[in-house]
Design a protein around this ligand. Structure first.
Ligand SMILES: [Zn+2]
Length: 423
Protein backbone atom coordinates (compact mmCIF):
# COMPACT_ATOMS: atom_id res chain seq x y z
CA UNK A 1 0.00 0.00 0.00
CA UNK A 2 2.23 2.80 1.20
CA UNK A 3 2.98 5.33 -1.43
CA UNK A 4 2.44 8.55 0.46
CA UNK A 5 1.79 12.06 -0.83
CA UNK A 6 1.67 15.05 1.52
CA UNK A 7 1.11 18.73 0.92
CA UNK A 8 0.52 22.04 2.58
CA UNK A 9 1.63 21.39 6.13
CA UNK A 10 3.46 24.71 6.39
CA UNK A 11 2.39 28.34 6.71
CA UNK A 12 4.09 31.46 5.37
CA UNK A 13 6.29 31.64 8.46
CA UNK A 14 6.49 28.17 9.98
CA UNK A 15 7.35 24.53 9.29
CA UNK A 16 8.35 22.99 6.01
CA UNK A 17 6.36 20.14 4.52
CA UNK A 18 9.55 18.21 3.75
CA UNK A 19 10.34 17.85 7.47
CA UNK A 20 7.56 15.25 7.75
CA UNK A 21 9.81 12.87 5.83
CA UNK A 22 12.11 12.75 8.85
CA UNK A 23 9.24 12.27 11.33
CA UNK A 24 7.71 9.48 9.24
CA UNK A 25 11.02 7.63 8.87
CA UNK A 26 11.77 8.09 12.56
CA UNK A 27 8.43 6.63 13.64
CA UNK A 28 7.83 3.91 11.06
CA UNK A 29 9.55 0.54 10.97
CA UNK A 30 9.13 0.36 7.22
CA UNK A 31 12.02 1.00 4.83
CA UNK A 32 12.34 3.82 2.36
CA UNK A 33 12.35 2.71 -1.28
CA UNK A 34 14.15 4.97 -3.75
CA UNK A 35 14.49 8.64 -2.84
CA UNK A 36 11.78 10.68 -1.18
CA UNK A 37 10.40 13.15 -3.73
CA UNK A 38 10.21 16.90 -3.31
CA UNK A 39 7.77 18.19 -5.92
CA UNK A 40 7.24 21.87 -6.68
CA UNK A 41 3.92 22.93 -8.18
CA UNK A 42 2.66 25.75 -10.39
CA UNK A 43 4.49 28.80 -9.05
CA UNK A 44 1.86 31.26 -10.33
CA UNK A 45 -1.01 30.08 -8.16
CA UNK A 46 -1.73 32.76 -5.55
CA UNK A 47 -2.99 30.28 -2.92
CA UNK A 48 0.48 28.91 -2.43
CA UNK A 49 2.38 29.07 0.81
CA UNK A 50 6.13 29.58 0.57
CA UNK A 51 7.52 27.35 -2.09
CA UNK A 52 4.51 25.34 -3.20
CA UNK A 53 6.28 22.11 -2.29
CA UNK A 54 4.72 18.71 -1.80
CA UNK A 55 6.44 15.43 -0.92
CA UNK A 56 5.95 11.79 -1.67
CA UNK A 57 7.71 8.58 -0.68
CA UNK A 58 7.38 4.84 -1.02
CA UNK A 59 7.62 2.66 2.10
CA UNK A 60 7.75 -1.12 2.39
CA UNK A 61 10.00 -4.00 3.35
CA UNK A 62 13.20 -3.01 1.57
CA UNK A 63 15.01 -5.44 -0.72
CA UNK A 64 17.99 -5.37 -3.05
CA UNK A 65 20.92 -2.98 -2.75
CA UNK A 66 20.69 -0.22 -0.20
CA UNK A 67 22.37 3.17 -0.19
CA UNK A 68 22.79 5.69 2.60
CA UNK A 69 20.92 8.86 1.60
CA UNK A 70 20.69 10.60 4.97
CA UNK A 71 20.93 10.42 8.74
CA UNK A 72 18.64 10.91 11.72
CA UNK A 73 20.85 11.55 14.71
CA UNK A 74 23.53 8.87 14.34
CA UNK A 75 21.27 6.44 12.47
CA UNK A 76 21.76 6.17 8.72
CA UNK A 77 18.73 6.42 6.42
CA UNK A 78 18.89 3.67 3.81
CA UNK A 79 17.22 3.79 0.44
CA UNK A 80 16.35 0.35 -1.03
CA UNK A 81 16.19 -0.67 -4.65
CA UNK A 82 12.86 -2.47 -4.45
CA UNK A 83 10.43 -3.76 -1.85
CA UNK A 84 7.67 -6.07 -0.84
CA UNK A 85 4.45 -4.42 0.16
CA UNK A 86 3.64 -3.89 3.77
CA UNK A 87 0.73 -2.15 5.44
CA UNK A 88 1.41 1.35 6.76
CA UNK A 89 2.44 0.87 10.40
CA UNK A 90 1.97 4.38 11.76
CA UNK A 91 -0.75 7.02 11.78
CA UNK A 92 0.76 9.54 9.35
CA UNK A 93 -2.16 11.94 9.70
CA UNK A 94 -1.61 12.39 13.42
CA UNK A 95 2.06 13.23 12.71
CA UNK A 96 0.92 15.79 10.16
CA UNK A 97 -1.51 17.30 12.65
CA UNK A 98 1.16 17.39 15.33
CA UNK A 99 3.62 19.32 13.15
CA UNK A 100 1.42 21.57 10.99
CA UNK A 101 0.86 25.13 12.17
CA UNK A 102 -2.74 25.90 13.09
CA UNK A 103 -3.09 28.62 10.49
CA UNK A 104 -6.10 29.35 8.29
CA UNK A 105 -3.88 29.20 5.20
CA UNK A 106 -2.44 25.81 6.13
CA UNK A 107 -4.53 23.00 4.63
CA UNK A 108 -2.67 19.73 5.20
CA UNK A 109 -3.54 16.78 3.02
CA UNK A 110 -2.39 13.17 2.89
CA UNK A 111 -2.91 10.62 0.12
CA UNK A 112 -1.94 6.97 0.66
CA UNK A 113 -2.09 4.67 -2.32
CA UNK A 114 -0.52 1.48 -3.58
CA UNK A 115 0.61 2.82 -6.93
CA UNK A 116 1.74 6.05 -8.52
CA UNK A 117 -1.07 8.09 -9.97
CA UNK A 118 -1.54 9.15 -13.60
CA UNK A 119 1.28 11.53 -14.53
CA UNK A 120 -1.17 13.84 -16.32
CA UNK A 121 -2.34 14.93 -12.91
CA UNK A 122 1.20 16.12 -12.14
CA UNK A 123 1.49 17.99 -15.44
CA UNK A 124 -1.78 19.77 -14.74
CA UNK A 125 -0.70 20.72 -11.21
CA UNK A 126 2.69 22.08 -12.29
CA UNK A 127 1.42 23.91 -15.39
CA UNK A 128 -2.25 24.78 -14.93
CA UNK A 129 -4.72 25.89 -12.34
CA UNK A 130 -6.24 22.76 -10.80
CA UNK A 131 -9.43 23.34 -8.85
CA UNK A 132 -9.22 21.25 -5.70
CA UNK A 133 -12.92 20.52 -5.94
CA UNK A 134 -12.22 18.41 -9.02
CA UNK A 135 -9.34 16.45 -7.48
CA UNK A 136 -11.15 13.88 -5.40
CA UNK A 137 -12.39 11.90 -8.39
CA UNK A 138 -8.83 11.60 -9.69
CA UNK A 139 -7.22 10.28 -6.49
CA UNK A 140 -6.24 6.61 -6.33
CA UNK A 141 -6.17 5.44 -2.73
CA UNK A 142 -7.18 6.89 0.61
CA UNK A 143 -6.97 10.52 1.50
CA UNK A 144 -7.32 12.68 4.58
CA UNK A 145 -7.37 16.43 5.06
CA UNK A 146 -7.42 19.03 7.81
CA UNK A 147 -8.89 22.52 7.37
CA UNK A 148 -10.24 22.08 3.84
CA UNK A 149 -9.14 20.12 0.81
CA UNK A 150 -6.83 22.52 -1.07
CA UNK A 151 -3.78 20.46 -0.06
CA UNK A 152 -5.07 17.47 -2.00
CA UNK A 153 -3.88 19.02 -5.27
CA UNK A 154 -0.24 18.91 -4.17
CA UNK A 155 -0.47 15.63 -2.28
CA UNK A 156 -1.91 13.87 -5.32
CA UNK A 157 0.49 15.65 -7.70
CA UNK A 158 3.44 14.46 -5.63
CA UNK A 159 2.46 10.81 -6.11
CA UNK A 160 1.76 11.45 -9.80
CA UNK A 161 5.19 12.93 -10.64
CA UNK A 162 6.92 10.60 -13.12
CA UNK A 163 10.34 11.87 -11.98
CA UNK A 164 11.95 11.48 -15.37
CA UNK A 165 13.39 14.99 -15.40
CA UNK A 166 14.95 15.43 -12.01
CA UNK A 167 17.58 17.03 -9.83
CA UNK A 168 18.38 16.41 -6.15
CA UNK A 169 18.43 18.44 -2.95
CA UNK A 170 20.09 17.58 0.31
CA UNK A 171 18.18 19.17 3.18
CA UNK A 172 19.61 19.42 6.70
CA UNK A 173 17.10 19.85 9.55
CA UNK A 174 17.39 21.37 13.00
CA UNK A 175 16.19 19.46 16.03
CA UNK A 176 12.75 20.68 17.15
CA UNK A 177 14.21 22.43 20.21
CA UNK A 178 16.12 24.84 17.96
CA UNK A 179 13.45 25.82 15.42
CA UNK A 180 12.88 29.55 15.13
CA UNK A 181 15.45 32.25 15.74
CA UNK A 182 18.63 32.85 13.79
CA UNK A 183 20.92 30.08 12.72
CA UNK A 184 24.50 29.86 11.60
CA UNK A 185 25.40 28.60 8.14
CA UNK A 186 28.78 29.86 6.98
CA UNK A 187 28.57 32.01 3.84
CA UNK A 188 32.05 30.87 2.81
CA UNK A 189 30.87 27.23 2.64
CA UNK A 190 28.04 28.22 0.35
CA UNK A 191 30.39 30.32 -1.82
CA UNK A 192 32.76 27.39 -2.14
CA UNK A 193 29.95 25.07 -3.26
CA UNK A 194 28.83 27.61 -5.86
CA UNK A 195 32.34 28.11 -7.21
CA UNK A 196 33.83 24.65 -6.96
CA UNK A 197 31.11 22.16 -7.81
CA UNK A 198 29.57 22.45 -11.27
CA UNK A 199 27.11 19.64 -10.42
CA UNK A 200 25.35 21.97 -7.92
CA UNK A 201 23.16 25.00 -8.55
CA UNK A 202 21.58 28.01 -6.82
CA UNK A 203 23.84 28.01 -3.76
CA UNK A 204 25.29 31.51 -3.59
CA UNK A 205 24.45 34.68 -5.52
CA UNK A 206 27.70 36.64 -5.66
CA UNK A 207 26.23 39.73 -7.35
CA UNK A 208 23.66 40.14 -4.61
CA UNK A 209 25.64 38.67 -1.71
CA UNK A 210 22.88 36.15 -1.00
CA UNK A 211 23.43 32.77 0.63
CA UNK A 212 20.74 30.70 -1.08
CA UNK A 213 21.32 27.42 0.78
CA UNK A 214 19.94 29.01 3.94
CA UNK A 215 16.17 29.61 4.30
CA UNK A 216 15.01 33.14 5.02
CA UNK A 217 12.04 32.16 7.18
CA UNK A 218 11.66 30.25 10.44
CA UNK A 219 11.62 26.61 9.46
CA UNK A 220 13.10 23.28 10.55
CA UNK A 221 15.48 23.60 7.58
CA UNK A 222 19.04 24.66 8.40
CA UNK A 223 20.26 24.47 4.81
CA UNK A 224 19.54 22.84 1.46
CA UNK A 225 22.03 22.13 -1.32
CA UNK A 226 20.72 21.57 -4.85
CA UNK A 227 22.52 19.52 -7.44
CA UNK A 228 22.36 16.77 -10.00
CA UNK A 229 24.54 14.17 -8.27
CA UNK A 230 23.13 12.76 -4.99
CA UNK A 231 26.41 11.22 -3.79
CA UNK A 232 28.16 14.54 -4.39
CA UNK A 233 25.54 16.37 -2.33
CA UNK A 234 26.23 14.19 0.72
CA UNK A 235 29.92 15.02 0.48
CA UNK A 236 29.31 18.76 -0.01
CA UNK A 237 26.80 18.75 2.85
CA UNK A 238 29.37 17.27 5.23
CA UNK A 239 31.76 20.11 4.30
CA UNK A 240 29.33 22.90 5.21
CA UNK A 241 30.40 24.82 8.29
CA UNK A 242 27.25 25.42 10.35
CA UNK A 243 25.72 24.97 13.77
CA UNK A 244 24.90 21.32 14.55
CA UNK A 245 21.90 19.77 12.86
CA UNK A 246 19.74 16.84 13.81
CA UNK A 247 19.15 15.07 10.51
CA UNK A 248 19.56 15.31 6.75
CA UNK A 249 18.23 13.50 3.70
CA UNK A 250 18.58 13.71 -0.08
CA UNK A 251 15.42 14.27 -2.11
CA UNK A 252 14.81 13.65 -5.75
CA UNK A 253 13.05 16.76 -7.02
CA UNK A 254 11.58 18.54 -10.03
CA UNK A 255 13.49 21.71 -9.12
CA UNK A 256 15.56 23.18 -11.94
CA UNK A 257 13.73 21.19 -14.63
CA UNK A 258 11.57 23.88 -16.33
CA UNK A 259 8.74 21.33 -16.07
CA UNK A 260 6.30 24.19 -15.52
CA UNK A 261 6.98 25.82 -18.91
CA UNK A 262 5.10 25.17 -22.14
CA UNK A 263 5.82 26.78 -25.51
CA UNK A 264 2.66 28.76 -26.25
CA UNK A 265 1.52 31.61 -28.46
CA UNK A 266 0.50 34.86 -26.79
CA UNK A 267 -3.18 34.05 -27.31
CA UNK A 268 -2.84 30.58 -25.81
CA UNK A 269 -1.14 31.88 -22.64
CA UNK A 270 -3.82 32.07 -19.99
CA UNK A 271 -3.74 33.38 -16.44
CA UNK A 272 -1.53 31.18 -14.13
CA UNK A 273 0.19 29.48 -17.08
CA UNK A 274 3.97 29.40 -17.33
CA UNK A 275 4.83 29.89 -20.97
CA UNK A 276 7.67 30.27 -23.41
CA UNK A 277 6.48 32.94 -25.83
CA UNK A 278 8.24 33.77 -29.05
CA UNK A 279 7.84 37.25 -30.48
CA UNK A 280 9.36 40.59 -31.42
CA UNK A 281 10.02 43.42 -29.01
CA UNK A 282 7.44 46.06 -29.97
CA UNK A 283 8.09 48.80 -27.43
CA UNK A 284 11.35 50.08 -25.95
CA UNK A 285 12.00 48.83 -22.38
CA UNK A 286 10.68 51.33 -19.85
CA UNK A 287 11.49 51.77 -16.16
CA UNK A 288 8.54 52.43 -13.84
CA UNK A 289 8.20 53.32 -10.19
CA UNK A 290 9.45 50.62 -7.83
CA UNK A 291 12.21 49.57 -10.21
CA UNK A 292 9.88 47.64 -12.51
CA UNK A 293 11.11 47.22 -16.07
CA UNK A 294 8.66 46.38 -18.83
CA UNK A 295 8.35 46.16 -22.60
CA UNK A 296 5.90 44.65 -25.05
CA UNK A 297 6.34 41.78 -27.45
CA UNK A 298 4.17 41.04 -30.42
CA UNK A 299 3.59 38.08 -32.70
CA UNK A 300 0.97 37.58 -35.41
CA UNK A 301 -1.01 40.60 -34.28
CA UNK A 302 -1.10 39.58 -30.61
CA UNK A 303 0.58 41.55 -27.86
CA UNK A 304 1.75 40.85 -24.30
CA UNK A 305 3.64 42.93 -21.74
CA UNK A 306 6.87 41.46 -20.36
CA UNK A 307 7.62 42.55 -16.80
CA UNK A 308 10.72 42.20 -14.64
CA UNK A 309 10.10 43.18 -11.01
CA UNK A 310 12.61 44.76 -8.62
CA UNK A 311 13.73 41.46 -7.03
CA UNK A 312 15.15 40.33 -10.37
CA UNK A 313 17.93 42.90 -9.77
CA UNK A 314 20.60 43.11 -12.50
CA UNK A 315 18.54 40.98 -14.89
CA UNK A 316 16.48 44.15 -15.47
CA UNK A 317 19.57 46.01 -16.69
CA UNK A 318 20.21 43.25 -19.22
CA UNK A 319 16.62 43.38 -20.41
CA UNK A 320 16.76 47.18 -20.67
CA UNK A 321 19.25 46.75 -23.54
CA UNK A 322 16.61 45.14 -25.76
CA UNK A 323 15.30 47.26 -28.63
CA UNK A 324 12.26 47.29 -30.86
CA UNK A 325 12.47 44.56 -33.48
CA UNK A 326 14.63 42.16 -31.44
CA UNK A 327 13.37 38.59 -31.75
CA UNK A 328 13.04 36.86 -28.38
CA UNK A 329 11.67 33.85 -26.56
CA UNK A 330 10.38 34.89 -23.14
CA UNK A 331 10.18 32.28 -20.36
CA UNK A 332 7.86 33.24 -17.54
CA UNK A 333 4.59 33.09 -15.64
CA UNK A 334 1.30 34.78 -16.46
CA UNK A 335 0.53 36.23 -13.03
CA UNK A 336 -1.95 38.84 -14.31
CA UNK A 337 -3.93 38.85 -17.54
CA UNK A 338 -1.81 40.31 -20.34
CA UNK A 339 1.43 40.24 -18.34
CA UNK A 340 4.25 37.72 -18.29
CA UNK A 341 6.73 37.83 -15.42
CA UNK A 342 10.04 36.98 -17.04
CA UNK A 343 12.31 34.26 -15.57
CA UNK A 344 14.62 33.77 -18.49
CA UNK A 345 14.97 35.06 -22.04
CA UNK A 346 16.50 33.88 -25.28
CA UNK A 347 17.53 36.70 -27.56
CA UNK A 348 17.30 35.07 -30.98
CA UNK A 349 18.36 38.03 -33.11
CA UNK A 350 19.06 41.71 -32.57
CA UNK A 351 17.49 44.29 -34.85
CA UNK A 352 19.72 46.86 -36.54
CA UNK A 353 18.65 50.03 -34.85
CA UNK A 354 19.08 52.86 -37.29
CA UNK A 355 19.13 56.56 -36.61
CA UNK A 356 19.47 59.05 -39.48
CA UNK A 357 20.87 62.45 -38.66
CA UNK A 358 21.98 65.47 -40.71
CA UNK A 359 25.30 64.92 -42.52
CA UNK A 360 28.47 67.05 -42.26
CA UNK A 361 28.62 69.64 -45.09
CA UNK A 362 31.29 68.57 -47.60
CA UNK A 363 32.13 72.24 -48.37
CA UNK A 364 32.55 73.79 -44.96
CA UNK A 365 32.54 70.94 -42.46
CA UNK A 366 29.64 72.07 -40.31
CA UNK A 367 26.71 69.84 -39.50
CA UNK A 368 23.77 70.47 -41.82
CA UNK A 369 20.23 70.83 -40.60
CA UNK A 370 17.07 69.03 -41.52
CA UNK A 371 14.60 70.73 -43.85
CA UNK A 372 11.44 69.15 -42.51
CA UNK A 373 10.03 65.81 -43.43
CA UNK A 374 11.30 64.49 -46.81
CA UNK A 375 13.02 67.85 -47.42
CA UNK A 376 16.56 66.53 -47.11
CA UNK A 377 19.29 68.57 -45.40
CA UNK A 378 20.75 72.03 -45.92
CA UNK A 379 23.90 73.77 -44.74
CA UNK A 380 23.04 76.94 -42.86
CA UNK A 381 26.50 78.39 -43.51
CA UNK A 382 27.03 77.89 -47.28
CA UNK A 383 23.62 76.77 -48.51
CA UNK A 384 24.76 73.34 -49.83
CA UNK A 385 22.04 70.70 -49.87
CA UNK A 386 22.03 66.94 -49.42
CA UNK A 387 19.25 64.41 -49.96
CA UNK A 388 20.79 61.68 -47.86
CA UNK A 389 21.50 61.88 -44.18
CA UNK A 390 24.21 60.26 -42.12
CA UNK A 391 23.24 56.71 -41.15
CA UNK A 392 24.17 55.82 -37.63
CA UNK A 393 23.74 52.25 -36.38
CA UNK A 394 23.39 51.99 -32.64
CA UNK A 395 26.19 50.00 -31.12
CA UNK A 396 24.19 47.17 -29.45
CA UNK A 397 25.15 46.28 -25.90
CA UNK A 398 23.51 42.86 -25.95
CA UNK A 399 24.08 39.91 -28.23
CA UNK A 400 22.02 36.82 -29.04
CA UNK A 401 21.97 34.19 -26.31
CA UNK A 402 20.21 33.21 -23.07
CA UNK A 403 19.84 35.46 -20.03
CA UNK A 404 18.26 34.59 -16.65
CA UNK A 405 17.08 36.07 -13.38
CA UNK A 406 19.79 35.91 -10.68
CA UNK A 407 19.75 33.20 -7.99
CA UNK A 408 18.19 35.57 -5.44
CA UNK A 409 15.04 35.82 -7.60
CA UNK A 410 15.05 32.41 -9.25
CA UNK A 411 12.04 30.14 -8.98
CA UNK A 412 12.59 26.60 -7.71
CA UNK A 413 11.36 25.10 -10.96
CA UNK A 414 13.39 27.39 -13.23
CA UNK A 415 16.26 25.59 -14.86
CA UNK A 416 19.52 27.48 -14.29
CA UNK A 417 21.45 28.08 -17.52
CA UNK A 418 24.45 26.30 -15.98
CA UNK A 419 22.54 22.99 -16.19
CA UNK A 420 21.94 23.42 -19.91
CA UNK A 421 18.86 24.35 -21.88
CA UNK A 422 16.13 21.72 -22.20
CA UNK A 423 13.42 23.96 -23.67
ZN1 LIG B 1 28.44 74.27 -45.94
Amino acid sequence: MPIIGIDDTDSKTEMCTTYLTIEILKNSNLDLVGYPNLVRLNPNIPLKTRGNAAISMTLGRGEGDRTVIGKIGDEPIFSYEWYTEEKMDIDVMSLIERFSPKDEDTNPALVIGSERNDENFYWDAVREYVDYENVIGRIKGEFMTVNGQIGLVGANAAISWPGINNTFELIAYLGKESWGGDHFVDDASSMRIEQSYPDTFDSFDFNNDYNAIRPTTKTPVLFGIRGINPAGLIKYGSDVKSEPYHSYIVYRTNQGTDDHLVERSIGESKLYNSSIIRGFVSSEPLWARGGILSFDITNKGENIRVVAMEPTKEFRNTLSKLRKGDEVRVYGGITKAGIINVEKIQLISVSSVIEIRPPICPNCGTRMESVGKNGGFRCRKCGARSKTGEVKKEEREISPGFYEAPIIARRHLARPLKLGIVK
